[in-house]
Ligand binder design. Structure first.
Ligand SMILES: [Cu+2]
Length: 499
């Protein structure tokens, strides 16, 4: 691009011109082209490519020299699961969606064989974005059912490339699952990681709605409108959950080769609870972005992301266009096992009562208390009979203490929880005032019978002043139908000083 005089750019320019010249023919590139015989590469060692199905990736290439790499990829049309109870006729490269992962080294000469299984109904071909040449190989690989095509290309540019079928109607072939990834490793390889995974996103345009059972057919109208009922990873809902989740151990580095087959939707790829330490932007080799939360992957594009897993747990892979993740299937899991590091991630540290509306009730209580204190003063001034008001004040104060100290266990309505926390509403235990005071200030454990029911649990001593204990018990004894008089500070003090 920058230097128009380098020999390679001239070759490219020529290739582009040729492609331009035959542009009208490109539309018909699905038609058979004449076979011209194999290209000889006598001085190169020959190697068979290792192909893997997702989420697995072939091992890194360790050789330091070029090779002639033979890739044999079989197209099959297969009925498989798209979601629970939902099946679909997938058109596949290698029997699965996405197609088999291909891994070669920069400079390798790739001898590509595309076999179309005799049971196929359609002709297919392959356009590899790693190919420099018209149609990315499509025009040379058109293959009728029961036929095999061969073509050869040199992997000039390193990077992570999408491949897909390009037979008309192209969107339909891609929508049926005809895409995969080919990694062209740079000459010196990629930085080593402990685990590599292969994930591809694609959407499915089924006639039925999401989850509608049975064998679903392709809906061309939905495809044109880009209204996909399914957006999934690795060809089906739930391909990466449960025991099919990706696995790693604490301390390991993980790389995900992520591609988008589409045919139409881009992906906002994100792993919940992780940060991508390194992102090979758009599947290229030059721009390595660091510390990324979400990376945008175009249709027919890719990305490689590296990250270290520091803590155990389940990390969720999503398209952060979240309806796709939660309503259409674009959700996977990475399960990390190993020791916790609670400084990096503590887990839930505290689960305490958040009062919300209850605290409104608390502040209402404060307000009411203030009113009553004022009323009491007035009453004292006008009427020495103040006992009733004193009790009311105690109740309001006690309510606040209850809502902060007792409510979590005994519940707002005083009913407790079956077999765990005995009720205070209607509790016969409260009839013995001294016993109730002791429970609150000294705690209670071991077998206890309340209203004929046995409890054997533990109530820790409540850290309350004598006044608070007196008030909270007065509140308890006068709430939820209880009518048991009041408790004074002096009574609490007396119990506290008992052995
Ligand atoms: Cu096809």
């Amino acid at each position: 691009m920058n230097n128009s005089h380098s020999p390679r750019s001239i070759v490219r320019l020529l290739a582009a011109l040729v492609a331009g010249a035959i542009a009208p023919n490109l539309l018909a590139n699905e038609g058979p082209t004449e076979a011209r015989g194999p290209v000889a590469t006598p001085d190169l060692p020959v190697e068979q490519a290792v192909l893997t199905e997702a989420p697995f990736v072939p091992p890194p290439i360790t050789r330091q020299h070029k090779a002639r790499v033979v890739v044999r990829l079989e197209v099959r049309e297969v009925i498989k699961r798209l979601a629970d109870g939902v099946e679909y006729t997938f058109w596949t490269f290698g029997g699965n969606v996405p197609g088999s992962f291909i891994r070669v080294r920069q400079g390798d000469v790739v001898e590509f064989h595309l076999d179309n299984h005799p049971s196929s109904k359609m002709p297919h071909n392959i356009d590899l974005h790693a190919v420099t040449g018209p149609g990315g190989g499509a025009s040379s690989s058109f293959t009728a059912p029961g036929h095999s095509s061969q073509f050869t290309f040199t992997a000039l540019n390193p990077g992570l490339y999408v491949y897909h079928c390009a037979v008309a109607p192209v969107p339909m072939h891609v929508a049926n699952g005809m895409y995969g990834l080919i990694l062209v490793e740079p000459k010196d390889g990629l930085p080593k990681v402990d685990r590599e995974f292969y994930v591809m996103q694609g959407e499915f345009y089924t006639a039925g709605r999401y989850g509608e059972e049975g064998l679903q057919s392709f809906d061309p109208e939905k495809a044109i409108d880009e209204r996909a009922p399914y957006v999934v990873f690795n060809g089906q809902v739930g391909s990466l959950v449960g025991d099919r989740a990706l696995q790693a151990k604490v301390g390991e580095t993980v790389r995900i080769y992520f591609g988008v087959g589409g045919p139409n939707l881009t992906s906002s790829f994100h792993v919940i609870g992780e940060i991508f330490d390194r992102v090979y932007v758009e599947g290229g080799t030059k721009l390595v972005q660091e510390n990324v939360q979400t990376t945008l992957v175009p249709a027919g594009g890719s990305v490689a992301v590296d990250f270290k897993v520091e803590v155990p747990g389940t990390f969720i892979l999503v398209d952060h266009s979240l309806s796709r993740a939660f309503n259409k299937g674009a959700l996977g899991m990475l399960k990390v096992t190993g020791d916790e590091d609670r400084v990096i991630y503590s887990g839930k540290e505290i689960d305490e009562v958040y009062l919300g509306e209850q605290s409104d009730a608390g502040s209402a209580a404060s307000k009411r208390e203030a009113e009553l204190v004022a009323a009491k003063k007035e009453a004292i001034a006008q009427n020495p009979q103040i006992a009733g008001i004193t009790k009311e004040i105690q109740i309001e104060r006690g309510k606040k203490t209850y809502l902060s100290s007792c409510f979590a266990c005994h519940q707002a309505d005083g009913t407790g929880l079956p077999n765990i926390f005995p009720p205070l509403a209607g509790s016969d235990y409260l009839k013995n005032k001294e016993q109730a005071i002791r429970a609150v200030i000294k705690g209670l454990s071991g077998p206890v019978t309340v209203n004929g029911k046995n409890y054997n649990n533990l109530m820790p001593p409540q850290d309350l002043t004598d006044a608070q204990a007196a008030d909270v018990l007065t509140y308890v004894m006068n709430s939820w139908g209880n009518d048991l008089g009041s408790v004074t500070e002096a009574e609490v003090k007396a119990v506290r000083t008992q052995k």
